[in-house]
Design a protein around this ligand. Structure first.
Ligand SMILES: Cc1cc2nc3c(=O)[nH]c(=O)nc-3n(C[C@H](O)[C@H](O)[C@H](O)COP(=O)(O)OP(=O)(O)OC[C@H]3O[C@@H](n4cnc5c(N)ncnc54)[C@H](O)[C@@H]3O)c2cc1C
Ligand code: SF4
Ligand code: SF4
Ligand code: SF4
Length: 347
């Protein structure tokens, strides 16, 4: 007798209530009846459930065989490597001044996505809600201006997969490039190549750009914290994390806040304490700042598609590329944080 698939009720019991849900929106994206809506970062069942199991079986926080996904995505396993499987390590910087002015670090992400736009893709990025202050939301974009608008790091979560669903189902996009944090990347890979993948997404996903990520803050708690420090969120132009400090800058580059990350532990979302992936190990290409000098991005190329995107952007004159071993501090700094995150998740 075949057993009934695990459904939304099981997600509630095993992932959402125990605070393991990362708010990626994968369950909402994949539900064939559109019965799951995201209330901020929390999925809610708002209509009929036929217990098809798609939401449960594509969630990045239910069990899956990571090695199978690596084999399917890269033709190889990550093995013992703290940063997963990779075929190339680089320091990258955008050459377009407009990207350099707007981006978080070296602008590699915006430049890679700009290259995919010029090849006919749409991109899914994390923009900001127009009626909320610093509140991220997924956006489907098709021009460089829109990419620039969404550049820069938001340290609170965005339900990226809801944006991918919108690109595929509403915009009818056939080629979608997407950027996300490691947990979102895991959800994207399950949807694309997992045992319960969804054909619409498998076909449309063109490039998965993963970010490095140590943690995200709860949106409400971060806003309260800023106010408690005398910082009006609407005055902040850019947030950053550098050398163990959380920083906020105003429109003219003036420093509005500089606090030790240790002071902000209570703001970190519970799900992040259980997360072992620092470098988006299942992405086609991963990008972060640690490992490279200020103004450059560290780039880990993993798949053929990642390699093609890097070389395509270079050929288009969008980026400058150096081997990572030609810059300081290089790979060891990335490995150190990746190792730390894995150990933290075990504790
Ligand atoms: C929550 C978070 C934590 C991070 N922690 C680290 C870290 O500890 N160490 C490290 O080296 N790097 C970390 N990064 C990555 C780093 O902040 C930069 O995003 C990365 O270096 C790329 O820089 P860039 O100039 O190429 O990006 P840009 O060209 O500015 O593009 C950034 C892209 O990321 C998208 N984005 C921004 N915020 C989010 C989000 N919350 N969810 C999904 N997409 C988003 C934007 O829409 C934009 O398209 C983190 C990123 C995030 C989002
Ligand atoms: S119908 Fe399927 S995907 Fe939708 S909530 Fe139920 S089990 Fe989940
Ligand atoms: S798919 Fe994402 S949003 Fe849905 S329950 Fe799992 S982690 Fe949460
Ligand atoms: S630490 Fe993990 S769970 Fe938290 S936002 Fe980053 S990738 Fe997602």
């Amino acid at each position: 007798m075949s057993s009934r698939p695990k459904a939304f009720g099981n997600l509630m019991a095993e992932v959402i209530r125990p605070k393991l849900c990362v708010g990626c929106g994968g369950c909402s994206a994949v539900c064939p009846l559109n019965s799951i809506e995201m209330a901020g970062s929390t999925p809610r069942l708002v209509s009929l459930c036929i217990s098809c199991g798609m939401c449960y079986n594509n969630c990045p926080r239910t069990s899956f065989d990571k090695e199978t996904l690596e084999e399917r995505a890269f033709g190889a396993k990550g093995g013992e490597s703290e940063i997963g499987f990779y075929r190339g390590l680089y320091a990258v910087r955008a050459l377009d001044e407009r990207i350099r002015e707007r981006c978080q670090d070296g602008g590699a992400v915006t430049a890679l996505l700009a290259h995919r736009l010029s090849e006919g893709c749409v991109a899914v990025v994390a923009g900001l809600k127009s009626n909320g202050v610093w509140e991220p939301q997924p956006m489907v974009v098709s021009t460089l201006e829109e990419l620039l608008e969404a550049a820069g790091t938001k340290y609170t979560p965005s339900p990226t997969l809801v944006g991918v669903a919108s690109a595929v189902k509403e915009y009818m996009a056939e080629h979608v490039a997407v950027v996300g944090t490691p947990c979102q990347v895991t959800a994207l890979r399950r949807l694309q190549l997992g045992d319960h993948s969804e054909a619409k997404f498998s076909k449309a996903l063109d490039l998965i750009v993963g970010l490095f990520c140590m943690e995200t803050f709860d949106y409400g708690r971060l806003m309260e914290f800023l106010k408690s420090k005398g910082v009006e969120p609407k005055d902040v132009h850019k947030f950053d994390i550098k050398r163990g400090r959380f920083l906020a800058y105003g429109a003219d580059g003036e420093n509005l806040l500089r606090v030790k990350l240790r002071e902000m532990e209570e703001l970190v979302r519970e799900c992040c304490h259980h997360c072992a992936d620092f470098t988006s190990e299942l992405a086609d290409i991963s990008v972060g700042n640690v490992g490279s000098p200020d103004g450059w991005s560290t780039v880990i190329v993993r798949s053929d598609r990642g390699e093609e995107a890097l070389r395509g952007a270079e050929k288009e004159g969008l980026i400058e590329v150096k081997p990572l071993d030609e810059v300081e501090p290089g790979l060891e700094a990335v490995v150190k944080l990746a190792r730390f995150k894995r150990e933290r998740a075990k504790a």
